[in-house]
Design a protein around this ligand. Structure first.
Ligand code: SF4
Ligand code: SF4
Length: 109
């Protein structure tokens, strides 16, 4: 479930609000996304994956909020962690070099 929007990291690009299939976000007067309908979140991670500045954190727990704070997400290095795990590297450190899928294919040969 979506947990955190970092006002410091966010560049107000509006991508997360437009991409969210559940219309979870509103925006404040500065353009910062506000988690307005957290219960509607589908834990699909689209907002986190597409955010260009890793300003969002979606927790894997889909049944309810975890109470994770921005400071805790920052301290644990979780901003952008899901995108990095997928190997997405737009504007970020690359991750495809750590994709183990080719090892599965090698094991099949
Ligand atoms: S996608 Fe990221 S940078 Fe863009 S508005 Fe949403 S939180 Fe801010
Ligand atoms: S995880 Fe999916 S449903 Fe939840 S806020 Fe992000 S884009 Fe919307």
């Amino acid at each position: 479930m979506i947990e955190v929007v970092s006002g410091d990291r966010c560049i107000r690009c509006d991508i997360c609000e437009r991409i969210c299939p559940a219309f979870v976000f509103d925006r404040d007067a500065t353009g910062l996304p506000i988690i307005a309908r957290q219960d509607d979140c589908q834990t699909c991670y689209l907002c986190e994956i597409y955010c260009p500045t890793d300003a969002l954190y979606v927790a894997e727990q889909a049944n309810g909020p975890t109470g994770m704070t921005e400071a805790e997400v920052e301290r644990r290095g979780l901003f952008g962690a899901y995108a990095r795990a997928l190997g997405w590297s737009r504007g970020r450190a690359g991750g495809t070099d750590r994709d183990p899928t080719h090892l599965l294919r090698a094991a099949q040969n």
